[in-house]
Design a protein around this ligand. Sequence first.
Ligand SMILES: Nc1ncnc2c1ncn2[C@@H]1O[C@H](COP(=O)(O)OP(=O)(O)OP(=O)(O)O)[C@@H](O)[C@H]1O
Length: 616
Amino acid sequence: MQILSGMDRARNALERGDRLPGGTLPVPIAESWQRCRDLGLDPRLQPRGEVVPFAAVTRRRQKMEGLRRLALAEMQVLYAQIAGSNLMIALADASGMVLDTISDQAFTESVAGRSILPGSLWDEARRGTNALGLASDSSQPVGVFGREHYFTCHAHLSCMAAPILDSHGQVLGLLDASCANEARQQHTHALVRMAAAQIENGLIFQECADNFILAFHPRAEYLDTLSAGLLALSRDGVVTALNRPGSALLSGLPTGAGVSFDTLFEMPFARALDGLLRGGVFPIRDAAGSQVLMVCRQIAPGLTVRNLRREPQAMQHGRAGPMPEFVCADETLKAAMADIGQAVAMGMPVHLTGETGTGKELMARHIHAVSGRRGEFVAVNCGALAEQLFVAEIFGHEQGAFTNARAEGSIGLARQADAGTLFLDEVADVPLSAQTALLRFLDAMEVRPVGGLKIHKVDVQIISATNRDLEAMVAERSFRADLLYRLNGLVLHLPPLAARTDFVLVVKHLLQELAPGMAITDAAIARLAQREWPGNIRELRSALQRLLMRQRGPFVDETCFVDGSEDVGDACPACRDRGLARRVCQEIRTTYRSCRNVTHTARALGLSRTTIYKHL
Ligand SMILES: Nc1ncnc2c1ncn2[C@@H]1O[C@H](COP(=O)(O)OP(=O)(O)OP(=O)(O)O)[C@@H](O)[C@H]1O
């Protein structure tokens, strides 16, 4: 006989409508299941996946601007901390309406990823037992793992949510980390809670900018941690905010708003301030007699004192994990790159093709690194060399070998690359007259400088690149067929950016290069992904630079696109040149891009499905 686990029995009972067996589930989950059942939700069906109109999301985001700014920066840090894949970090308002998400591509493309999108509502009454809904109701951090979700269709998910509270214990928002159940990591829940606490502390600094802010803890080494109490005080010593650890440390004392410092501590505020403003750690007893150590983290404006750390921990950004130097998660490209190691080990020339800006030079540098050659990487832009000078530049020349020759002669780029790599960029532009000399060099790996007699043997890895069709040039006799066959030992094609499956990673990588620690929302990435990018990664880099110029906080989101200059390519052809229609069309396409579902898009924007189809 098959032995059923507690969870199996609980689910069977739930799905059959039987009484739920006691002791098989954590109490909050069992209670939530019961509430969902009382509401008449059928766990075997799909939940009501409601998504509010985009305009309502925008309004809510504006209302929560301060919190959102802090949260997006923390979400980026959290995303980097929870290494692994199939992950989404979401920020929701207090009711469980998702405002922003940061995720990896695998999650974005999953069924769950398509349902956790800005504007989606995750309250218990709509989506059954889930972490956002439970955290919103209970004001407590909650984890809902796999089959603990009420709806069977959410059983593959694990979600961990923590409320973000104001200093009166009111829920301001919710932070959630969701991942595939099998990818769940033990420490995620703690990281989400810490991120929420970090945001709460950040809010105190943000909202009490004209107050004193003091940190305190019984042990000095904890003053810089999230366990420290943070106390904001007006200039006359009245408490304006106290974080959660602070309330716990002062439990038993009256900590409500309006209480004065003197009621909480044994020393009058003015005297304590004297000590605190001299800098360093100041010992003080609370009104219950326990000693704590205190430091001043922020001085109310108008006072200047040296030796004080003005930068609160919670506001320090730029802690996103290290990003790879070179993004290459595109499966086709990865497969094509599999032979590089062997090719360079055999000294085989590598030929790179791809449109402008697809990363041919970067790939050439990568190949040089892979080859482990100790010599230099020497890049030659063949299109930039005058026809008469081409041979002399590559193979060198003796003193006074020709008019305009360098007086001291030149060893040439081929010898400079000896024991290293010679990268012939824009190889299609090698003058026909020089192609024979180049071919001879590739065959023999020997160099004879112009005007010289001595032959020099070299050992050079050859990499060439072009964005032109060399086969077609061979057919029209502007490129030598034998040179082409000599160059294309291993051919590697770099896909255009729009065709890369690792677009999201490329965006994040470039952003980290341009502005370390900067966050970007999924919606902003989706907006970028709509464009065609004829200039490929180079163009994307410039577009990100322009967005960064417009961005006013620690993250890039759709508001950075306000003037539409990044959006020229994202309206449908019929709407592209029609002002207002173009905006509507762009909104449709942006929304669709983030959820990949016509019905959701129609519902989110309050338009008919036919209209959505028309613009897609
Ligand atoms: N895989 C990648 N990951 C991250 N950045 C990249 C990648 N590929 C290219 N880039 C960046 O894109 C820009 C253009 O790359 P690169 O100059 O190598 O392109 P290219 O194909 O050689 O262009 P062109 O044909 O116009 O010379 C550079 O800033 C480069 O750092």
